[in-house]
Design a protein around this ligand. Structure first.
Ligand code: NAX
Ligand code: ADP
Ligand code: K
Length: 461
């Protein structure tokens, strides 16, 4: 599990550790991890040129101490001081190793720029002198210390100028900005240096393959199709039969024992999936909405009246009312904006705030689709999916996702687990299906089984 904690939580945990350790020890641990990561990026240290951008706080201190360590191993290290006050002991350490203080007119072209402008104490945005320094060597790789300076650390928002890093080396735990877009997209690769902090339950997590392997349902030896769960799909309309085929393709990923289809595209659905039963009967979960027509409000009401968990997607979303706790809503940013009476841009700018607001308002699990899909429950807990690839941004992929989540709900997973596991499998399936190239939504649906078998065989070893 990749965990992210807020600035307040990190500060509280650091305080305990700071009181326990000799002065400066925690920063030295951070700086050593940073120096190792920079050396790895450069493929060596001796003779490499490093430019530190140093702000007023401890983030600049980390950069200065890491710079001193690199200078000791033969790097030529220069520092631009962006504040009159910088970490004094860090600066002394750098100067003792023959690092040089330079300005924007005297800095030498480096092999790497180290962003020690601000860390978790930073407000969003950058001052003009930082923007100028960052503009000096635009094509040089940037390593951000802890966070890319200027991003909203707790919110994942971007407001004003900020660093765009190739690598972010963070300490102790991830912060929300490392997982939540748009800030996450400014982090590049994120490397975590452990500080042995005693941290509370993380408010934000990103499932990893091992976590999904634990959560994914497996049939017991005496399983029957009904004990594994039946998922019902009410999707498609005479105009949009493809949505019915794709949603049932997701539902047929093999994670539930049976798929029922109730709608106008039964022939198309059965032609692709002969195992699907096109008759009404008992189900353990419903999926409703993809490609839905004029009667989608009636269908949603019928699904909810069944008293089983429901995935509501696409055309069903505008008809959802608060108060159904076993509901999973799967909007993209435009759909979530309509549901909350705001604009798509506002949702995209503050994805965490909006998905949490929607989960609290509707009293159910809400999954906001995007590059890093967010899943929130009404209590504010959030999971982030990072397994996807940009090729997944293809029409129909969302229908498949709704079907996969429906199968997981039918198998007995709780809504928050079903949504986050389904989203992770969906992203991983796109990676497998495309092999680095384009995918079709059908291909993604087919690849879910391959991903699951990889996970479960790994566990049996
Ligand atoms: N607390 C600790 O023990 C540790 C902290 N570490 C480092 O310390 C950092 C936090 O240090 P600080 O609390 O000193 O805070 P920062 O280094 O993030 O800087 C805070 C100062 O920068 C100024 N500032 C805020 N926003 C700004 C902006 N947008 N542009 C320019 N200046 C701005 C403010 O005057 C503020 O006091 C972490 O991110 C991490 O890098 C690590 O060394 C690990 C140990
Ligand atoms: N840049 C991206 N990287 C990874 N996944 C993405 C990206 N953009 C969109 N996705 C994923 O692609 C899918 C698109 O779904 P959706 O927008 O509902 O399409 P449709 O309604 O046509 O089925 C979602 O699962 C979303 O998370
Ligand atoms: K930084």
């Amino acid at each position: 599990m990749r965990a992210a904690h807020t600035v307040e939580q990190v500060r509280a945990a650091e305080e305990v550790e700071l009181a326990r350790l000799p002065e400066g020890a925690l920063m030295q641990r951070a700086a050593t991890g940073l120096a190792v990561a920079i050396a790895d990026l450069l493929g060596g240290v001796y003779g490499r040129r490093v430019l530190l951008l140093v702000g007023s706080g401890d983030n600049g201190g980390d950069a200065l101490y890491a710079g001193a360590q690199l200078a000791r191993r033969g790097a030529a290290v220069e520092a631009i001081l962006l504040s009159e006050q910088v970490h004094a002991a860090g600066l002394a350490a750098l100067l003792a190793r023959h690092g040089r203080v330079v300005d924007t007119t005297t800095a030498t072209r480096p092999d790497v720029v180290v962003d020690g402008i601000v860390g978790i104490g930073g407000r969003p945005g950058l001052r003009p002198n930082a923007v100028e320094a960052l503009g000096l060597f635009r094509d040089v790789p940037v390593v951000a210390v802890d966070v890319p300076s200027g991003v909203g650390v707790d919110t994942g928002e971007l407001d004003g100028p900020h660093v765009v890093a190739d690598l972010t080396v963070t300490f102790g735990t991830h912060k929300p900005c490392h997982l939540v877009d748009p800030a996450a997209s400014a982090c590049g690769v994120v490397d975590l240096v452990g500080l042995d902090l005693d941290l509370p339950e993380p408010p934000i997590q990103a499932l990893q393959a091992a976590d999904v392997a634990v959560l994914v349902p497996r049939p017991d030896p005496f399983a029957q199709k009904y004990t594994r769960g039946v998922v019902g799909v009410r999707a498609g309309s005479p105009e949009y039969t493809g949505a019915a085929v794709l949603t049932t393709s997701g539902a047929s990923c093999g994670l539930a024992g049976m798929v029922r289809y109730d709608g106008p595209a039964a022939d198309e659905v059965r032609a692709r999936h002969p195992g699907i039963v096109a008759s009404v009967g008992r189900v353990q979960a419903w999926v409703v909405g993809p490609g839905g027509g004029d009667d989608v409000d009636v269908l949603l009401a019928a699904c909810l009246a069944d008293g089983v968990p429901v995935v509501a997607d696409a055309a069903a979303l505008p008809h959802v009312e608060p108060g159904h706790s076993r509901l999973v809503l799967t909007p993209h940013a435009g759909e979530l904006a309509s549901m909350l009476g705001t604009e798509r841009d506002a949702v995209e700018a503050d994805q965490l705030g909006h998905v949490r607001r929607a989960a609290a308002h509707f009293g159910c699990t809400v999954l906001l689709k995007g590059r890093h899909t967010l899943i929130a429950d009404p209590g504010g807990r959030v999971r982030v999916t990072t397994s996807g690839v940009p090729w997944l941004a293809v029409a129909g992929a969302g229908d498949v996702l709704a079907g996969v989540i429906g199968a997981l709900l039918a198998s007995g997973l709780e809504p928050f687990d079903a949504a986050s596991v389904g989203s992770w499998l969906h992203g991983a399936a796109a990676t497998v299906a495309g092999g680095g190239g384009p995918v079709t939504p059908e291909g993604v649906a087919d690849a879910v089984a391959t991903v699951v078998s990889g996970l479960t065989s790994g566990l049996q070893d």
